[in-house]
Design a protein around this ligand. Sequence first.
Ligand code: NAD
Ligand code: IPM
Ligand code: MN
Length: 355
Amino acid sequence: MKYNIAVLRGDGIGSEIVEEAIKVLFAIKGMKEKIDLKEYSFGGCAYDKFSHAFPSETKEGVMKADAVLLGAVGGPKWNELPLEKRPESALLSLRKTMEVFCNIRPVKIFDSLKNLSPIKLENRNIDYVIVRELISGIYFGNKNTETIGGEIAAKDEMFYSESQIKRAIDKAIEIASKRNNKITLVDKANVLETSRLWRKVAKEKVRDSKTEIDYMYVDNAAMQVILNPDKFDVIVTSNMFGDIISDESGAIVGSIGLLPSASISESGLGLYEPIHGSAPDIAGKNIANPIGTILSVALLLRYSLKMDIEAEIIEKAVENAINNKILSKDIIGESGFSTCEIGEYIANEVKNLSN
Ligand code: NAD
Ligand code: IPM
Ligand code: MN
């Protein structure tokens, strides 16, 4: 029986980067016999076609798939739509439908890119994981816009229940236990009730584990990831703080285009996407960095299909490309290689490594 992967290319650079990721996936020996891909319309392009950014056919497709690969969604064309019709709302709805509460974003610098990082790294190493709660918090609380006292007022509520926090902390502990057993809870417990609940739950949870925990306010954390990125092992945090620290981490490793992510549900469903967006400013130019998406495929193989060896082959092939200076414009400027060239190089490396 073959595995079923649902592919959602999305908008902007989504299609270009997913194309290369598929190329790399099928460069692994024997993969065509193991995997069936099925593409579904999702995001702004789906809105244009079906007047719905998350059409019912796509919903059915992702729910019967073994894993989902997503490019990115959104763009200026859809920015004026009401919030609930926007491609970004479809993305939140996809995550909620799949119940992928835990977004794992590994942040690792490649040795040969250290000199290109905007941070002075010298002999320091960056290797941490952001565990971001993904289907609650301020993104999913009650929201509205209304007229109060003759002026417009808007509201976004932040909500967290104990069980929602517990499962995120549990995942962080599990991930830390396979690393250096150190968790940093990033919050704003000096101001927010939700953050105080996160601290209470985290304290209770780590008491029964071998994991060491420290607590850091998000404003300080935003500074510490720049000053001392090598001090982190696992960062666990709420939805919005995790979003912000992620892009910052992208800059530290050399480009947001390099970072992958895996979003996991309690029942084992997995959604895989790079951490960046649809990059409308460079869409259609064949210059986007496909590595975040290619590494997301490696995570898909590891977490959803339990194909560890194949995941490592992709990761090794990416490392070879980077060490051999097959780099895109976001990293080295004008002399950079194109999206296709990078995809082809990595696919070729994968072919050699899997033979
Ligand atoms: P973005 O991540 O799309 O782009 C930010 C900057 O990084 C841009 O200069 C872009 O060119 C660059 N960049 C991003 N990915 C790159 C890559 N692979 N290679 C080279 N450069 C890359 O963020 P934005 O501009 O704030 O958002 C654009 C659209 O994407 C918005 O509609 C936003 O809502 C959406 N978005 C979607 C997702 C997603 O689908 N998961 C994530 C973030 C943003
Ligand atoms: C991300 C994106 C999304 C998020 C947006 C597009 C809704 O920024 O995946 O990081 O904030 O989760
Ligand atoms: Mn983001």
